[in-house]
Design a binder for this molecule. Structure first.
Ligand code: IFM
Length: 462
């Protein structure tokens, strides 16, 4: 591997700089215009979120999206990845559509296009309609059909304007935590339910890809997975790390992109796999969305339904304010692994730093640690590209501080601070830094365009 020649290297001119957010974490307006409840409304209402926070108001993006799009415009991003709230457009998850909910995403998409920002629409980001969970949710095989019908509704409605679609965000996170490890909706703890859910989510992914291909022939369709090195917390946890890694990193991308479950899980998944299922799941994709934050650590735990839980890991490593290990090299290595294993163009669809930012006496938020984090991780992306990995874009998580699931509003990931009582948005230092970076990267790549090699890798102008 050759290191990038810094003097000559420029970002590919087509490189997509973006930001990501998700419906439940920002929209609020949970009882407005006919939206039905999702499993996260139920989880929040039960008081299980830190500080008893709920998504009821969140960032009030439902009403303030023009202001948020103006912030994106100020950043200079080319793309915005958002998710549609399934229960806003189908309050019962299936059956009658909600025109007022559909109209909200019409307004959002139109305003993005008007601002010159490409909408990247993700169908699902953790917020299963409660009505479907009441019918068994992802643990029942019918869920694949429900999801395909929902994808059909969304493709038919927005496919004239939206060309970038992702099926499901981080399936391993919402299944592992929601059905086995705890700490997320719908808060089950049963390993056979987990495995059933894994397989049904995979079937749902495949069915949605098929539906979108028919409805939006120009669509560029991807799947979004968080792939993070899974390390043993102690030498005694090696097998636990291997097991957790199989669920976390491979249980979804392997069947979706390679047509089989990872070897460690083949036997346990077998009872749920019917003839033809793997072909239904493994549908051609245009890109791989990689969410990445840090390595994770596994600890063997016979009391957990899975026999393994997340471990703390070493105390002498660099960490973010919310205690996640900081390891930009792990992103570079992960990009190589994903590239070698799945052979798809990669977009880093999430990366960012969680902290407890507070404004200073004059209202400024100087989030130096976030700037250092993003700068090191973006450098890791740059190196991976220079080494031949086909990475085509990078999206910061997140534009706004938002509802960080079971951690509520205390943990902040935004480039823009949100004062929740007033809903005032204040760009942090990292916002201006990212805007400058995008400007410099796009201007430089316009001056020295990169040639593409025939192999799909990048020719580095050495
Ligand atoms: O906020 C989440 C997001 O919903 C999914 N990926 C990780 C982010 C930070 O935890």
């Amino acid at each position: 591997m050759n290191p990038p020649d810094d003097a000559k290297w420029t970002w590919p001119p087509t490189f997509v700089w973006g930001v990501s957010m998700s419906a439940f974490q920002i929209e609020g307006a949970t009882r407005e215009d006919g939206r039905g409840p999702s499993v996260w409304d139920t989880y929040g209402a039960s008081g299980r979120v830190a500080n008893h926070d709920t998504g009821d108001v969140a960032c009030d993006h439902y009403h303030r999206y023009p202001e948020d799009i103006a912030l994106m415009r100020g950043l200079g991003v080319r793309a915005y990845r958002f998710s549609v709230a399934w229960s806003r457009v189908l309050p019962q998850g299936r059956g009658a559509a909600n025109e007022a909910g559909l109209a909200f995403y019409d307004r959002l998409v139109d305003a993005l296009l008007e601002a010159g920002i490409e909408p990247w629409l993700c169908l699902y980001h953790f917020d299963l309609p409660q009505a479907l969970d009441d019918l068994g949710g992802w643990a029942v095989r019918d869920s694949a059909g429900w999801f395909a019908d929902y994808a059909t509704l969304v493709g038919r409605r927005y496919g004239d304007r939206v060309k970038r679609f992702a099926t499901i965000n981080e399936p391993s996170i919402f299944t592992l935590f929601g059905y086995a490890l705890g700490g997320a909706a719908p808060d089950a703890a049963d390993v056979s339910t987990l495995r059933r859910a894994i397989h049904n989510v995979n079937l749902a992914h495949g069915a949605a890809v098929d539906a979108l291909r028919v409805l939006v022939p120009q669509a560029s369709i991807g799947a979004i997975h968080n792939v993070q090195p899974c390390l043993p917390a102690t030498p005694a946890d090696t097998d636990a790390a291997d097991l957790l890694g199989a669920y976390w990193n491979a249980a979804f991308p392997d069947p979706q992109c390679l047509g089989h479950y990872p070897s460690r899980l083949v036997e346990v998944m077998e009872p749920y796999v019917q003839a033809g299922d793997l072909a239904r799941i493994c549908r051609p994709l245009d890109w791989f969305g990689l969410n990445h934050y840090s390595p994770i650590y596994a600890t063997a735990n016979p009391n957990s339904p899975l026999g393994v839980t997340l471990g703390a890991g070493p105390s002498d490593i660099s960490r973010t304010p919310i205690d996640w290990p900081t390891a930009p090299e792990a992103l570079r290595e992960t990009l190589h692994q994903v590239h070698n294993r799945y052979r798809l163009p990669i977009y880093v669809t999430e990366n960012g730093l969680g902290s407890y930012d507070t404004p200073d006496a004059i209202g400024k938020i100087t989030d130096t640690q976030r700037i250092e984090f993003l700068s090191a991780y973006i450098e890791a992306v740059r190196r991976a590209i220079a080494e031949g990995v086909d990475v085509r874009g990078y999206f910061v998580w997140s534009l706004l501080d938002n509802f960080e699931w079971a951690s509520g509003y205390a943990v902040r990931f935004g480039l823009v601070h949100v004062d929740y009582p007033t809903q005032k948005r204040t760009p942090k230092a990292s916002y201006f830094w990212y805007a400058d970076l995008i400007k410099a990267a796009t201007e430089a790549s316009r001056v020295i365009p990169l040639a593409r090699s025939g192999s799909g890798g990048l020719d580095l102008l050495r």
